[in-house]
Design a protein around this ligand. Structure first.
Ligand SMILES: Nc1ncnc2c1ncn2[C@@H]1O[C@H](COP(=O)(O)OP(=O)(O)O)[C@@H](O)[C@H]1O
Ligand SMILES: CSC[C@H]1O[C@H](OP(=O)(O)O)[C@H](O)[C@@H]1O
Length: 406
C-alpha cells in the first residue's frame, strides 16, 4: 500500500500491524474512525489484550466539513507532524508523541490521548482545570519565544519559516475569520433570529477598520511559529495534564493570534453558560472561574515570556533598548485582545461554529449566547489598540455581559 488514497479501517489496521515494537504480530486489533473535526480522518486503533493503542490521522485532499468542492493540500499533514515535533522539543510533555509520519499517505501516527477529554467538552460539562493556565502559558511562552527573532538565530528562523509556508490553510483563516463575517458571504452560517446582528457586522465601519488592521498583521507579521488554530477543540485535558493537538494551520504569524485563540474559546464558553448551568449561582461561579483563567493565562504568559527573554534573548538591541520590552508586551496584549475578538465573531456568524453555543438545545438560551458572544467579540476588537492591561479585557467582558442582561 503506497499511493495516496483515503484509508479505511481495515487498511489502517494493516499499517498499524507493521509498526515496529507497538503491537504483537498476532494481536487482535480493533479500529474506529473517530474524526469529529472539520478536516481530517482520525483512526483509533486498539489492542485490548495488551491495552496498547495509537492514533492515525490522515489528511483528506479536501475540507471534510464542506466536501470535495473545497480542495485542500495534503501538505498540511507534513506541517502538522513537523509542528508537533518542534512543539514537543520546545514544550516537552504538552503535545502528543509523534511515532511516524508517512508523506505519501499524508498520515501521522501518534500517541493516543483517549484518557484525556477534549477541553471544549470538559468546559461544557462544567469541569475546572486548575493547572490549565500554567500549562498553556508555558506552551505559548516557549513555542512563541523560541521561534521568534527574540529567541532564535534570525537566519535560522527565516529558514524555518520557509518549511512552514502554509498558504492554503492561511487562506481559510484569512477568509473565514478576517473577511467573510464582515460581508454577506456565501460561507457565512447563522440563525435567522440573529440576522440583525450579522447585518450590524456588515455595516460597522469602525469595526471594519480594526479587523482590517488585524488582518494585515495576520497576512504580514512573521513574528513566531504559531499553532494557528489553538481553540479548545485542539486541546486534550485532564485536571492534571494538558496536551495541544492539531497544529495543521501552523505558520509564521503574529503571536497574539495563538494567545487570543485560547482566550476567545474560554469566552465562547462564557457566553454558552447561558444554557449549561442549572442555577444562576452555578453560572456566575463558572463564569468567574473562566475569567480568572483568562487573566491567569495572560499574566503567567507575560511572566514566563519575559523570563525567557531575560535568559535567552538573542537580539542585542531588543535586549537593551530602554522601554522596548514594555512596548513589545503592550503591543502583544493588544494583538491578543483584537484576535480574540475576531475569533469569537467568526464562531457565531461564519463557517464552523462551536459546540459550546450550537449544542444549546433551548433556542432562546442559544440566541442569548450568540448575541453575548458577538457583543464581547466586537467590544474586544474595538478595544484592542487602546488596551494597556488585561483588566480591560475582563472589564469589557463584564460590561458586555451586564449590557446583555439589561
Ligand atoms: N492524539 C489523539 N488521541 C486521541 N484522540 C485524538 C487524537 N488526535 C485526535 N483525536 C480525536 O480526533 C478528533 C479530531 O482530531 P483533530 O486533530 O482535531 O482533527 P481535525 O484536524 O479534523 O480537526 C479529536 O476531537 C479527538 O476526538
Ligand atoms: C473549512 S475549515 C473550518 C475550520 O476548521 C478548522 O478547525 P478544526 O480543524 O480544528 O476542526 C479551523 O478552525 C477552520 O477555521
Amino acid at each position: 500500500m503506497s499511493a495516496y488514497h483515503p484509508l479505511n479501517e481495515t487498511e489502517a489496521i494493516e499499517i498499524a500491524r507493521k509498526l515496529e515494537g507497538v503491537f504483537a504480530p498476532d494481536a487482535q486489533l480493533a479500529c474506529r474512525e473517530i474524526g469529529d473535526g472539520n478536516l481530517n480522518l482520525v483512526f483509533h486503533i486498539t489492542d485490548s489484550a495488551s491495552g496498547r493503542s495509537i492514533i492515525m490521522k490522515q489528511a483528506l485532499p479536501y475540507a471534510k466539513v464542506v466536501g470535495e468542492s473545497w480542495p485542500l493540500t495534503l501538505d498540511r499533514a507534513r506541517i502538522e507532524s513537523e509542528a508537533l515535533l518542534l512543539e514537543g522539543e520546545l514544550a516537552p510533555g504538552l503535545v502528543p508523541v509523534v511515532y511516524l509520519y508517512d508523506q505519501e499517505l499524508a498520515l501521522t501516527i501518534m500517541e493516543d490521548l483517549s484518557d484525556h477529554v477534549i477541553m471544549r467538552q470538559g468546559l461544557m460539562n462544567g469541569t475546572r482545570y486548575p493547572l490549565f493556565a500554567g500549562h498553556i502559558s508555558t506552551f505559548l511562552a516557549r513555542t512563541l519565544f523560541f521561534t521568534s527573532d527574540l529567541g532564535r538565530n534570525q537566519q535560522e528562523k527565516k529558514l524555518l519559516a520557509r518549511s512552514f509556508t502554509n498558504p492554503e490553510l492561511c487562506k481559510i483563516t484569512e477568509d473565514l475569520i478576517f473577511d467573510d463575517p464582515y460581508r454577506d458571504a456565501d460561507t457565512n452560517s447563522f440563525e435567522e433570529t440573529i440576522r440583525d446582528e450579522a447585518q450590524a457586522l456588515w455595516n460597522d465601519g469602525e469595526l471594519h477598520l480594526e479587523v482590517a488592521l488585524l488582518r494585515e498583521k495576520f497576512l504580514t507579521r512573521a513574528q513566531s511559529l504559531l499553532h494557528g488554530d489553538l481553540h479548545t477543540g485542539s486541546i486534550f485535558i485532564t485536571p492534571e495534564s494538558t496536551k495541544v493537538i492539531d497544529p495543521e494551520f501552523a505558520y509564521f504569524g503574529p503571536m497574539g493570534f495563538d494567545i487570543g485563540a485560547v482566550l476567545a474559546n474560554l469566552l465562547l464558553n462564557f457566553a454558552g453558560r447561558e444554557g449549561w448551568d442549572k442555577t444562576d449561582a452555578g453560572r456566575e461561579s463558572y463564569r468567574a472561574y473562566l475569567l480568572d483563567t483568562v487573566k491567569d493565562i495572560w499574566s503567567q504568559f507575560e511572566e514566563k515570556f519575559l523570563a525567557l527573554w531575560n535568559e535567552h534573548g538573542v537580539d542585542r538591541l531588543a535586549n537593551t533598548a530602554p522601554g522596548y520590552r514594555e512596548n513589545y508586551m503592550e503591543r502583544l496584549l493588544q494583538d491578543t485582545i483584537g484576535f480574540a475578538g475576531c475569533k469569537m465573531v467568526r464562531r457565531v456568524v461564519g463557517l464552523a461554529h462551536v459546540a459550546d453555543i450550537d449544542k444549546l438545545e433551548d433556542a432562546s438560551a442559544r440566541e442569548r449566547a450568540q448575541r453575548l458572544a458577538l457583543r464581547i467579540g466586537k467590544s474586544l476588537i474595538k478595544l484592542n489598540r487602546r488596551a494597556v492591561s488585561i483588566d480591560q479585557l475582563i472589564d469589557a467582558v463584564n460590561s458586555a455581559s451586564a449590557a446583555a442582561k439589561a
